[in-house]
Write a protein that binds this ligand. Structure first.
Ligand code: SPV
Ligand code: MG
Length: 431
C-alpha cells in the first residue's frame, strides 16, 4: 500500500478539502497533517478553532487513515518522518508565496523518489462563502480584541506595523513574504499618533482629537482582521482616559499604549531637544489603575510606556517606573529610546526580566533599527512595533513623483515607478 500525505491548515472542511481527500485515497493510505497554531499564524491566519478541534474535525473524516501534527510550514521534518510516496495539494500552491513550500517539498521527495500530486483547486461560491465566514469571525470585536494576548502567548515575538487608513491596513493584513525558504507576515497593526497625525497634515501633539482617531481605527477595521494596538499618547486626563478605554474595548481594539508624559506632548524622537515633562509615578499609576478599573473584558490590555530613557532620567528611574506601573495593573511595559545603538534598551530588558519574567515588553526600534527581532526576543521582548516605516517610505516616493511631473510637464517619466492602472483598479476585492 502506497503512503499519501497532505497537510491542512484550515478551520473548516469544505468541498475543496473533500476533493483532495477523495483524490488522495485513490493512491493509498492517507495521512493528514494538521498545521500547528504557531505555524498557521505565521503562514496563513489566526485559527478560529482550538488546535484540538481542528485535529478532531479531520480525524472524523472517514477516508482519513491517520492524523498527525505538522509543526512547521515547511514539510521537511514530516516528510523525513513519514517518507510518503505522494504529497498531494491543491494546485494553488503553484503560484505566489506558497510556491516556496511546494519547491521545498519537491526537493525533499526527490531524495528518495517520492512524488507531488497537484489537484485542481476548488474555488466556487460555497468555498468563497466558507472562507468569508472565517474572515468575518476574525474581524468581529470579541474575536479580534483577545488576539493580541493570544499571539503573545504563541509567537516568539509579535510583530506589528504602523497603519493609518484602509490602504495601509490592507498592506499590513495581506503582505506575505517568502525569504530564504521562510514565509512571514505581520501579526498586528499599530495606529501611531505620529502617522495618524501626519496623514492629516498635523503635528504629533495630541491635536487630532479622539473622535477623529477612532475614525481611523474604524477605517482600518473595515478591511482587516488583525489585532490593533492603539497609540493613546498620554491618555489625556484620567477623567477622559476611562472613556477612551471603554470605546477602544467596545470597538475591538486589543491594547492601548499610554506614555508617562504630561502637559503638551511632543513626539519622543525629539528627546530633550524640546521641552517635555514626565508625569509623576503616582499620577501615572492612578491613570493606569483607573483604566483597568473600567474595562469590561479580560482581553483588553493597557500598556504603560516609559519615557525615562528618552528624557535621560536613567536606567534606575526606568526600572522603578516599570515596577510601579506593573503594580498599578499595567498589562505590559513599553520602553523607548532614541539612541541609534540598542544597548540601553537591551540592558533595560535584561534587568526588567530578572525581576519580572512574565509582563510583556514592547519596543519600537525606529532609531535603534539595527537590532533584529531574534535579538530582541532573546532579551525577553514580546512585541516589536515598526511604528512609522510605511509613512516614511510613501512620503519620499510621492514627493519625487510630484517633483518629476512638475519637471517634465507630463507624467510619462514617472510611470515606470507606478503601480499599473490595471493593478490599482483591481487592488480592492469586490464583495
Ligand atoms: C508613534 O508612532 O506615534 C509613537 C512612537 O509614539 S514614536 O514616534 O517613536 O514616539
Ligand atoms: Mg505616538
Amino acid at each position: 500500500m502506497k503512503r499519501v500525505y497532505t497537510c491542512f491548515c484550515t478551520d473548516v472542511i469544505h468541498e475543496g478539502h473533500q476533493n483532495i481527500i477523495r483524490e488522495a485515497k485513490k493512491y493509498g493510505r492517507l495521512t493528514v497533517g494538521i498545521l500547528s497554531d504557531s505555524a498557521m499564524i505565521r503562514f496563513n491566519r489566526f485559527p478560529t478553532l482550538k488546535f484540538q478541534e481542528r485535529f478532531d474535525l479531520v480525524r472524523n473524516i472517514e477516508d482519513v487513515d491517520e492524523v498527525v501534527v505538522q509543526e512547521d510550514v515547511m514539510y521537511d521534518k514530516i516528510i523525513a518522518e513519514l517518507q510518503p510516496d505522494y504529497v498531494i495539494h491543491g494546485d494553488n500552491w503553484l503560484a505566489g508565496p506558497m510556491r516556496a513550500i511546494r519547491d521545498r517539498v519537491e526537493e525533499c521527495l526527490r531524495t528518495y523518489g517520492g512524488e507531488i500530486i497537484d489537484v485542481p483547486y476548488t474555488y466556487n461560491e460555497t468555498v468563497k462563502r466558507a472562507d468569508q465566514r472565517i474572515v468575518e469571525k476574525l474581524a468581529m470585536p470579541e474575536y479580534r480584541r483577545k488576539r493580541l494576548s493570544q499571539l503573545i502567548g504563541i509567537r516568539p515575538i509579535v510583530k506589528a506595523i504602523e497603519v493609518h487608513n484602509g490602504l495601509t491596513g490592507l498592506i499590513a493584513e495581506k503582505t506575505v513574504t517568502q525569504h530564504e525558504g521562510e514565509l512571514d507576515q505581520f501579526d498586528a497593526m499599530w495606529i501611531s499618533s505620529l502617522c495618524d497625525s501626519l496623514a492629516k497634515g498635523k503635528p504629533d501633539i495630541e491635536l487630532v482629537d479622539m473622535t477623529s482617531r477612532f475614525r481611523t481605527i474604524d477605517d482600518v477595521m473595515e478591511v482587516t482582521t488583525k489585532p490593533i494596538i492603539f497609540d493613546g499618547d498620554t491618555g489625556g486626563l484620567i477623567e477622559h482616559f476611562v472613556y477612551t478605554v471603554r470605546s477602544l474595548e467596545r470597538m475591538g481594539v486589543s491594547a492601548v499604549i499610554i506614555e508617562d508624559k504630561t502637559g503638551l506632548k511632543k513626539n519622543s524622537l525629539f528627546g530633550t531637544e524640546v521641552e517635555q515633562t514626565q508625569d509623576t509615578i503616582e499620577h501615572f499609576c492612578e491613570k493606569i489603575a483607573a483604566g483597568k478599573k473600567v474595562q469590561l473584558t479580560d482581553d483588553f490590555m493597557i500598556i504603560a510606556r516609559i519615557e525615562s530613557l528618552i528624557l535621560e532620567k536613567g536606567m534606575e528611574d526606568a526600572l522603578n517606573r516599570a515596577r510601579a506601573y506593573v503594580g498599578a495593573g499595567a498589562d505590559g511595559i513599553m520602553i523607548h529610546s532614541r539612541k541609534k545603538d540598542p544597548t540601553e534598551i537591551l540592558e533595560f530588558c535584561d534587568l526588567f526580566r530578572k525581576e519580572d519574567e512574565k509582563t510583556p515588553i514592547v519596543v519600537v526600534p525606529s532609531s535603534f533599527h539595527s537590532v533584529t527581532e531574534y535579538e530582541l526576543s532573546q532579551h525577553g521582548v514580546n512585541l516589536v512595533i515598526y511604528a512609522n516605516q510605511l509613512t516614511r517610505s510613501a512620503f519620499p516616493a510621492m514627493q519625487r513623483t510630484a517633483e518629476d511631473i512638475l519637471k517634465f510637464h507630463r507624467a510619462q517619466e514617472v510611470d515606470d515607478r507606478l503601480l499599473p492602472i490595471k493593478d490599482i483598479i483591481t487592488l480592492i476585492d469586490e464583495l
